[in-house]
Design a binder for this molecule. Structure first.
Ligand SMILES: C[S@@+](CC[C@H](N)C(=O)[O-])C[C@H]1O[C@@H](n2cnc3c(N)ncnc32)[C@H](O)[C@@H]1O
Length: 229
């Protein structure tokens, strides 16, 4: 029985280590957890969602694929009502603002024992900024393509000594600059284009922020290559 899991979720699975106990926050259909269990990667899954419908769908699918007994199901806003005995937390397919809401409600997650795997659908610079200003370090980041959209998936640890990101790096983080993948320049060009489009809009507040970011980019010596993309 083939699991209809997306390339995006498979990219998240690549960050999970064999034997990990994994919490999938916003699990929806549960495909990530089912893949990790049926392939012998995770040893246990916490399947969590804020809405009963998606959680029920995860439970139904888990039963269908015979992995229900290795899962704990939790109805929870973020990590508020989930057990804390896991190694890796995956949060995928949400906006950066929702992820900030989830992380800021859980100071106990600020512990180097947890690995966070975050795959953001929108407002990614906002998420990077929040992580950097709150003691988390992005240790690895990869670009992935789904349909015509480019996303990233990041591995994050709580590490207060980690260098703070500059404003330019909220958009173009060092973890990507160090990544040799041929998808990275396309992602940077896409982000830069997004900022330029915002700059051409009428809304003053957004326009001002985009201008600030583009200026920050231009002034950042690590990002001088952007003038060519
Ligand atoms: C677009 S789906 C993504 C599902 C899956 N993670 C993926 O990437 O394919 C977003 C899921 O996150 C859940 N969600 C949204 N806000 C949440 C929150 N604060 N806490 C837990 N789950 C949340 C939604 O109910 C929905 O099932």
């Amino acid at each position: 029985m083939n699991l209809p899991i997306s390339q995006r979720l498979l990219a998240c699975c690549n960050f999970v280590c064999k034997g990990d106990r994994v919490a999938d926050i916003g699990c929806d259909h549960g495909y990530l957890g089912i893949h990790l269990l049926t392939n012998g990667i995770a040893s246990h899954m916490i399947e969590s969602d804020v809405a009963p419908g998606p959680l029920e769908s995860a439970r139904r699918n888990a039963k269908k694929y015979g992995v229900e007994s290795a899962m704990t199901f939790c109805l929870s806003d973020g990590v508020r009502d989930i057990p804390r005995d896991f190694d890796t937390l995956v949060c995928a397919g949400m906006g950066g603002d929702t992820m900030v809401h989830i992380l800021s409600g859980a100071p106990w997650l600020k512990n180097a024992q947890y690995r966070l795997v975050l795959q953001c659908q929108s407002k990614t610079p906002m998420l990077r900024r929040y992580l950097s200003e709150n003691g988390w370090g992005i240790t690895e980041e990869q670009v992935l393509k789904e349909g015509k959209f480019l996303y990233t998936v990041m591995e994050v640890y709580y590490e207060p000594g980690y260098p703070r990101l500059s404003a330019g790096e909220w958009y173009f983080p060092p973890a990507l600059l160090e990544n040799p993948s041929d998808k990275v320049p396309a992602y940077f060009a896409w982000v830069k284009k997004g900022l330029e489009i915002t700059l051409s809009h009428q809304e003053d507040e957004e326009k001002q922020a985009a201008l600030e970011y583009l200026n920050a980019l231009a002034a950042d010596p690590n990002l001088s290559f952007l003038t060519e993309v």
